[in-house]
Write a protein of this length. Structure first.
Length: 423
């Protein structure tokens, strides 16, 4: 999903294929965000015959980010993960190529970086998630060194594969922050693939693979956690839970973590020879400062969203889905696939002053690559129970056929069906 980091400051206007919105234009349905969630909703609304739909999105490019794990493991090309945003805007839907900077739900208006004031009758909030690189001291500088990378950046994912290829032994350190992240399994997916590559090339026996994670456990759903604990054991990985990365010294090759012991916060510094970082993440800044977000409590900064109807509890003409919402499930494209039809059905009912008929059960899915040719498909709902969607096969175990689904099936499904409102 796109965020304000994708914004092209030199061109606030639309592409030649898009329509330019003048200042103070009014829209029947305004969608903030043209990533996975925004396009899925726009496509479904277009197929339902809804007129006056506008997508507000700054980026010229749209990325299928789940494949970046395989790019970092040498199993996919980065160019295969990108399409022009203009190609994905559904027929009849307007695209304003600009970035939201302020939302006023009382005035029913969104202001943009380019100076536009977009009024709306109904608002869909789907801006994606923000990567907070600067919350880790020294991280930006360290990423410029030859030993640090991150699959969470389109320009760095190919670098991850170069690091894995060139690694000759020592400490390979992988991190996950304590904040929510998009695809919570991604930080460990690349770790397992790297460890498997090290095993195949004979490097693993002289390597210490360390997982510094701000989480309390390897995975939050027990049936899948038990399988992943076996994977950790298989590769000899050392997990360090409740260890949150706070600083990186690229010159010294040192990573500093904060952890708690006996109620006291301590710092621990680890040396590394290779470091893969998952940056802290949060809702975009314009969301955090808006009346749509929680002001306090565990969900501070995230958009208030009824977890079943996806309607905002304070503003009935506002709906939200995807990574910036406070929905208590994993932030994945698979979750959005189940959220989008619920949101559209309820939005259309709301527009007709009818009761909201659809309910989202919290379904999310995380295809966890546990090695080359191996994948664990973790599917679950709000109750933390497995929610398998593929009949006749056991998806609670590592499988080779699911690797093909990850590598070929899901990208095809995404571009061909999901982004066209067909699934």
């Amino acid at each position: 999903m796109q965020t304000s980091e994708d914004f092209d400051r030199k061109n606030l206007m639309t592409s030649p294929d898009a329509l330019v919105a003048p200042v103070r234009e009014h829209h029947r349905v305004l969608i903030i965000g043209g990533g996975t969630a925004g396009i899925a909703v726009a496509a479904r609304l277009a197929r339902a015959g809804q007129k006056g739909v506008t997508v507000l999105e700054p980026s010229q490019h749209h990325y299928y980010q789940p494949l970046w794990t395989l790019v970092g493991a040498g199993e996919a090309r980065i160019e295969d993960t990108v399409r022009n945003e203009a190609r994905l805007i559904p027929p009849g839907v307007r695209w304003v190529r600009d970035a939201a900077t302020e939302v006023d739900p009382d005035a029913r208006e969104v202001r943009t970086r380019g100076g536009l004031r977009l009024g709306y009758d109904f608002l869909v909030v789907a801006p994606g998630i923000q990567l907070d690189w600067d919350r880790v001291t020294g991280l930006r500088e360290a990423l410029k060194t030859p030993h640090v990378s991150s699959n969470y950046d389109v320009h760095l994912a190919p670098k991850t594969w170069r690091l894995i290829q060139g690694f000759k032994g020592g400490t390979a350190l992988f991190t996950q922050p304590s904040t929510p992240v998009k695809c919570a399994g991604a930080p460990q997916k690349i770790m397992y693939l790297a460890a498997d590559h090290f095993r195949r090339t004979g490097v693993l026996e002289r390597t210490s693979v360390v997982f510094g994670s701000g989480a309390k456990a390897i995975f939050g759903v027990k049936p899948f956690a038990s399988v992943l604990e076996g994977v950790v054991h298989r590769y000899g990985i050392t997990p360090r839970f409740q260890h949150d990365l706070v600083a990186v010294d690229g010159d010294k090759r040192e990573a500093t973590f904060e952890t708690s012991r006996d109620g006291q916060t301590e710092r621990l510094t680890l040396s590394y020879d290779m470091l893969h970082v998952t940056p802290p993440q949060s809702a975009p800044d314009f969301i955090k400062g808006s009346p749509l977000a929680w002001r306090e409590g565990p969900n501070t900064g995230w958009v208030k969203t009824d977890k079943y109807t996806l309607q905002h509890p304070d503003h009935p003409n506002v709906f939200a889905l995807g990574d910036a919402s406070d929905l208590p499930t994993s932030r994945t494209g698979a979750a959005v696939r189940k959220q989008a039809p619920v949101l559209v059905e309820n939005l259309l009912a709301c527009m007709r002053d009818r009761p909201l008929p659809a309910r989202y059960d919290g379904y999310a899915s995380c295809p966890l690559t546990t090695g080359y040719g191996r994948l664990l498909l973790a599917e679950f709902d709000y109750d933390g129970k497995p929610a398998p969607s593929i009949p006749f096969i056991d998806t609670t175990q590592e499988r080779s056929d699911l690797w093909l689904l990850k590598k070929h099936g899901l990208p095809f499904f995404y571009w061909t069906f999901m982004m066209r409102g067909l699934a």
